[in-house]
Design a protein. Structure first.
Ligand SMILES: NC(=O)c1ccc[n+]([C@@H]2O[C@H](COP(=O)([O-])OP(=O)(O)OC[C@H]3O[C@@H](n4cnc5c(N)ncnc54)[C@H](O)[C@@H]3O)[C@@H](O)[C@H]2O)c1
Length: 339
């Protein structure tokens, strides 16, 4: 067998905006993987990427693509309401899965995903790209090494002013296809980031969701969420498409009894209690977290390694987000189930 034949064949499902970012990762992983197929209901979209993938086969029906021997793994880049069915179909065919966020949109769907992945014994990696920011792994390790002592509070943010032609919002504007509004979309990032940093299970959630500016959305354009963890840590998630964040807004910060750390996403700072702040990691060149995530997915398959976030973490993130929606609707604190 030649080296070429040993490469993992990947089929991309949904050739829209994010598929282009994933393509950069497959080009970086070209020694070990190749995009062999692309499926989209709009074949012109699929063809756009087929050439840059070196002549990938184009499918209009992703189920046919999944059955193709060209495909060892799929990369799901579909609108949110279609994730569950694509995961279940790919798992049933024994194909590994990289799935864009959110994993799916309801807890019933999450059950179906868990069952499909577990019974097929395939690997599912959640495309939680911000975990590949270089400061995140360092901060997580510092927290686990006890540099902050007992952790009291953490804050994660993802805020930007989204200016887009309302027509182009498409499926994102409707609850039935997006699963909610900004929180289940961009807000997924600060939610998985918070759960990744804090070494404890989320137990309660309370939230306000608002539509400040984007009247074309059925759901919210902004969410403020508080999460209480089993160890007493209180997490805050602030996320919005409505406004430009004040320039002092951190990407994440964590504070505890003996110190705090914070990051704008590129550099990481640490302040031991009572001492001066030090730079732990200086800002380097901008990181292509999408490419790193794809390269790691391929490495996980090659090394039979567990991805940083599988369906287990994806479901926890979804539980917090759906709990936040329930809290905002009922005006109450919602207790999360932690089986
Ligand atoms: N990690 C990030 O920062 C990030 C950024 C953008 C999007 N995303 C996620 O990526 C996913 C896709 O978002 P997008 O912005 O690329 O959307 P998009 O609308 O640009 O692309 C979706 C594609 O899916 C295709 N499609 C729809 N129904 C289909 C079907 N039944 N079979 C095959 N193809 C079908 C559409 O024709 C379109 O080309 C979402 O889950 C979104 O949340 C993540």
């Amino acid at each position: 067998m030649t080296r070429r034949e040993l490469r993992i064949g990947v089929g991309i499902i949904g050739a829209g905006e994010i598929a282009g970012a994933h393509m950069r990762g497959y080009l970086q992983a070209a020694d070990h993987a190749r995009v062999t197929a692309i499926a989209d209901v709009d074949p012109l979209r699929a063809q756009r990427f087929a050439a840059s993938a070196g002549g990938a086969e184009v499918f209009a029906d992703y189920k046919q693509m999944i059955d193709s021997p060209l495909v060892d793994a799929v990369d799901i880049c579909l609108p949110h309401h279609l994730h569950r069915d694509a995961i279940v179909a790919a798992a049933a065919a024994g194909k590994h899965i990289l799935c864009e966020k959110p994993l799916c949109v309801t807890l019933e769907e999450a059950e179906a995903v868990k069952h499909a992945v577990t019974s097929a014994g395939i690997t599912l990696m959640c495309a939680h790209n911000q975990l590949f920011l270089p400061t995140v792994a360092t901060a997580r390790q510092m927290i686990r090494d006890g540099k902050l002592g007992k952790v009291y509070a953490a804050r994660t943010t993802d805020i930007f002013r989204l200016t887009i032609d309302p027509e182009r919002l498409g499926w994102r504007a409707r609850r039935a296809t997006s699963g909610g509004g900004e929180l289940i979309d961009t807000g997924y990032h600060p939610t998985y980031l918070l759960l990744n940093l804090i070494d404890s299970a989320p137990v309660k959630v309370v939230a306000f969701v608002s539509r400040h500016r984007m009247a074309m959305l059925e759901g919210e354009d902004t969410a403020n969420v508080l999460v209480e963890f089993a160890d007493g840590t209180v997490g805050t998630i602030v996320t919005s498409w409505a406004y430009e964040p004040p320039s002092c807004t951190e990407r994440f910060s964590v504070a505890g009894e003996s110190g705090s750390l914070w990051s704008d996403g590129r550099a990481l700072y640490y302040k031991p209690a009572g001492s001066e702040q030090v730079t732990v990691q200086a800002a380097g060149a901008e990181t292509d977290t999408y490419a790193l995530e794809v390269v790691d997915f391929i490495d996980c398959l090659r090394e039979a390694r567990r991805p940083l976030n599988t369906e287990a973490e994806g479901i926890k993130v979804l539980e917090v987000i759906l709990g936040a929606y329930e809290s905002a609707e009922r005006g109450e604190i919602v207790e999360l189930k932690n089986p």
